[in-house]
Ligand binder design. Structure first.
Ligand code: ADP
Ligand code: 5GP
Length: 217
């Protein structure tokens, strides 16, 4: 029997830090953790899969969803729109799943205000130089977009102070281990385990010692 208090983890980082890589590694080893698949108008990168990495939609489709009030939060990044579907994330939590959310600091702040149960993790690159190299190595952006993503890193990093945890993604496996450790420790927090404690006592009351000899007749 598990304590059923679901949580969601928000992971933010300057573009190119390795957040997507870390998230996909974490998801492989945490069966109860599901990814919150955002909607975006950005074109698909090589290797990305519709419905796994993002829901890739046209600007018209995105704006129609926005008008219907489907997004818990949304933002424009690098000329494209990104949004978190409210029903999808809330349903996953109601079903007892934990949810991993990859959003920028603006989205993270809105989630913190609007949705209880969040743990906020900021991923840092080991240096600005390494960040630039990673952005360039990924090779998905035109030079101009690459520069604007790099320039935005400074603004992103200024927001680090209100997050709960900071991980430096230097060695990838070490960084993923730290992210997993945060998730597992947060699952064990007393407030999240109180439901399990209540169920433990309820079962003891119902069974009244039947299984270990007390009142065994
Ligand atoms: P983000 O989602 O933060 O924009 P990605 O996960 O796409 O970043 O990673 C950007 C690039 O950096 C990719 O080419 C990825 O393989 C590489 N990368 C990720 N983590 C590391 C690491 N710890 N060391 C070296 N390269 C990394
Ligand atoms: P990328 O284009 O590199 O996948 O993402 C660009 C930025 O958009 C990243 O900082 C990422 O965290 C952010 N992002 C992705 N999905 C969402 C979302 O649903 N809402 C917000 N606010 N930001 C998002």
């Amino acid at each position: 029997m598990e304590g059923k208090s679901s949580l969601y983890i928000v992971v933010s980082a300057p573009s190119g830090t390795g957040k997507t890589t870390m998230c996909s590694e974490l998801l492989k080893s945490c069966p109860n953790l599901v990814f919150s698949v955002s909607y975006t108008t950005r074109p698909k990168r090589p290797g990305e899969i519709e419905g796994r990495d993002y829901h890739f939609v046209s600007k018209e489709e995105f704006l129609a969803k926005l008008e219907r009030g489907d997004f818990l939060e949304w933002a424009e990044n690098f000329g494209y729109l990104y949004g978190t579907d409210e029903v999808a994330i809330k349903e996953a939590l109601l079903q007892g799943k934990d949810v991993l959310v990859d959003v920028d600091h603006r989205g993270a702040k809105i989630l913190k205000e609007r949705l209880p149960g969040g743990v906020f993790v900021f991923i840092l690159p080991p240096s600005f130089e390494e960040l630039y190299k990673r952005l360039a190595r990924r090779g998905c952006e035109a030079r101009e977009t690459l520069e604007s993503r790099f320039a935005r890193a400074r603004d992103e990093i200024k927001e680090v102070f209100w997050y709960d945890y900071i991980i430096v993604n230097d060695d990838l496996s070490e960084a993923v281990r730290k992210l997993r450790a945060i998730y597992l420790a947060e699952k064990c927090r007393r407030d999240r385990m109180m439901r399990f404690v209540e169920e433990l006592w309820e079962n003891e009351f119902i069974n009244n010692g039947r299984f270990y000899g007390k009142n065994n007749n």
